[in-house]
Design a protein around this ligand. Structure first.
Ligand code: IPD
Ligand code: CA
Length: 194
């Protein structure tokens, strides 16, 4: 399954499915010539087995194999450790604030926000501990498959914005995060205070 081609032909994830994005961060590629990535996730019967996110310009290869952990080039990525929202860096496109004003609460409570404009890289950064959460409202399976596989290997958590499991068959929202920060984000979004 890939951005260029056979999206509609994949109706379920039984067997082995490669989910590919040849360039994630296309606007960055065109506009900045940096911060874009090649992304691949290999799934078997719906479970992520291999994750690859390659930041071409920085020569950073994030990769993972189910049960064997994740690496950044030759360095093993540590399991994510306990963190709290007030010490967390959160990444999302600022435009999403117009879609859900509750995100203001996350902005106020976090250490800071960033926006890189390449979903696969941003999820890889969560897996590497450079970011503590990445939120989006409009992603395709190929934007997230590689990063999702990486995240599983370091104990990260990823669901759609409503907290439901991702199905990798259609576009969806996303929260990909350090598991402690994930829980805090869900709590803050669902608590009616500013
Ligand atoms: C896009 C990027 C972007 C995200 C968009 C994606 P593309 O992928 O990941 O960061 O906000 O939703 O479609 O089009 O550059 O492959
Ligand atoms: Ca993409």
């Amino acid at each position: 399954m890939g951005e260029e081609g056979s999206f509609e032909n994949v109706k379920d994830l039984s067997g082995t499915v490669w989910i590919l994005d040849p360039i994630d961060g296309t606007v960055n590629f065109v506009h900045q010539e940096s911060y874009f990535a090649i992304s691949a996730g290999v799934f078997h019967n719906g479970e992520p087995v291999i994750g690859i996110v390659y930041d071409v310009m920085h020569d950073e290869l994030f990769s993972s194999l189910k049960g064997e952990g994740a690496v950044l080039n030759n360095r093993r990525l540590s399991s994510l450790s306990k963190n709290s929202l007030n010490e967390a860096l959160i990444s999302f496109n600022t435009g999403w604030l117009l879609k859900d004003r509750r995100l203001e609460r996350i902005v106020k409570r976090s250490r800071g926000t960033r926006s890189y404009g390449a979903a696969a890289l941003e999820i890889a950064y969560v897996a590497a501990g450079r970011l503590d959460a990445y939120i989006s409202f409009n992603l395709a399976p190929w934007d997230i498959a590689g990063g999702y596989a990486l995240l599983q290997e370091v104990g990260g958590k990823a669901t759609n914005y409503d907290g439901n499991a991702l199905n990798f068959l259609e576009k969806d929202t996303l929260i990909a995060a350090n598991p402690w920060v994930y829980d805090e984000i869900i709590e803050v979004l669902n608590t009616n205070t500013n």
